[in-house]
Design a protein around this ligand. Structure first.
Ligand code: NAD
Length: 352
């Protein structure tokens, strides 16, 4: 039986986690679920956004399912004590170095996208973003005053090992998809990115069945909008991936629809890509689909249950095809449904 740690977190986190629980309950006796605290909820209970008890629970679990963290209640705290620190701390503690964000367009929601429907036909790709290196963690870094003038700096740094492991993640994923990988860099001007390209090419020798291409990040930002259907796996360093994965998310039409996985060697964490949405928390209108699809990713990747993941995705499609919509994806002629109704209908559809 797989052990799953549920961390609802803050804002709409608990509301959407309730819907994830309904979906997990469709598969009795397969998972052992435990609940814990992270983010603002953990600050309120333990005075720490990632308390020792959550660390223990998460290292023992086969997978962690997280809602979202953050909210205005904790905005006045110092950056070290804010809810978002809990997220960085759990990623670090579990050694999560690969962030996986699939971008799929639901046929029944194609009109929601800011892009023309003709461009979205056959769009299905995955952004694989390196999560622990690059400018965000590189040293030296600093902000200081020198001779009366402010100066600030960060370091873009990658080791061979860091690039190798994320490249393997990307190529392995491509092998189970359309066998195409596009690696993003800026090797025309940055040495760290020259190494990135070199290592990706070296790793490619083990994956000759995968078509590898390279693209500079500025061009990639354009091509994702101009011809999104041409991509399969997009492999990116940390900072470029941060930006490109949000750009890619817009194609689907709502932040509330997209799941993600963060993977390490021993551990994995699954969460919807959106934040805690404090502006709609407690109103019963949050879209739980990104959360429910995160459950599907978890079952497929951490629980050897691709068949159950398929059932979940099929149920989501059925509920959307039936015209049920939360407010963020509602349009004329569709039936407005609450967070709770969508979760219940998806669970019912799994069981039929
Ligand atoms: P957000 O993603 O929470 O919200 C952005 C907008 O999208 C809001 O209008 C919100 O109502 C809407 N939205 C988000 N998810 C939705 C859903 N499931 N259904 C319907 N609408 C949805 O981003 P933000 O407002 O910039 O941040 C709010 C808080 O979340 C901040 O404290 C931020 O630090 C935190 N945050 C947390 C995570 C995380 O937990 N992984 C990620 C991003 C932001």
């Amino acid at each position: 039986m797989k052990k799953i740690l549920l961390l609802p977190g803050d804002g709409i986190g608990p509301e959407i986690m309730e819907q994830a629980k309904k979906v997990l309950a469709c598969f009795p006796n397969l998972f052992e679920c435990e609940e814990g605290y992270i983010g603002g909820a953990a600050i309120d209970k333990f005075g720490n956004p990632f308390p020792e008890i959550t660390l223990k629970q998460s290292t023992k679990a086969d997978a962690v399912l997280l809602g979202a963290v953050g909210g205005p209640k904790w905005d006045s705290l110092s950056s070290e004590n804010r809810p978002e620190k809990g997220l960085l701390a759990i990623r670090k503690a579990l050694g999560l170095y690969a962030n996986i964000r699939p971008v799929d367009i639901w046929k029944s929601l194609i009109d929601l996208s800011p892009l023309k429907p003709s461009l979205l036909k056959d769009v299905s790709f995955v952004v694989v973003r390196e999560l622990t290196g690059d400018l965000y963690f590189g040293t030296p870094r600093g902000y200081r005053v020198e001779k009366g003038s402010r100066i600030a700096f960060n370091t873009m740094i990658y080791s061979e090992e860091e690039i190798k492991r994320i490249a393997h993640t990307g190529f392995t994923l491509a092998r189970n998809r359309k066998k195409k990988l596009c690696s993003i860099d800026k090797s025309n001007v940055l040495e760290a990115m020259v190494l990135w390209r070199e290592i990706v090419e070296e790793v490619h020798r083990d994956y000759k069945d995968i078509a590898l291409s390279h693209m500079y990040v500025d061009n990639a930002a354009m091509q994702i909008i101009k011809r999104p259907a041409d991509f399969d796996v997009i492999l990116t360093p940390n900072m470029f991936g941060d930006i490109l994965s949000d750009e890619a998310a817009v194609l689907s039409g709502s932040l509330g629809l997209l799941p993600s996985a963060s993977l390490g060697i021993k551990h994995a964490l699954y969460e919807p890509i959106h934040g805690s949405a404090p502006d709609i928390a407690g109103m019963g209108i949050a879209n739980p689909i990104g959360m429910i699809l995160s459950v599907a990713m978890m079952l497929e990747t951490s629980c050897d249950s691709a068949d159950l993941a398929f059932k979940i995705r099929h149920a989501v499609a059925a509920v959307l095809d039936a015209g049920l919509r939360t407010k963020d994806i509602w349009s004329n002629g569709m039936a407005l449904a609450s967070t709770d109704e969508i979760g219940t209908r998806i669970a019912e559809s799994i069981l039929t």
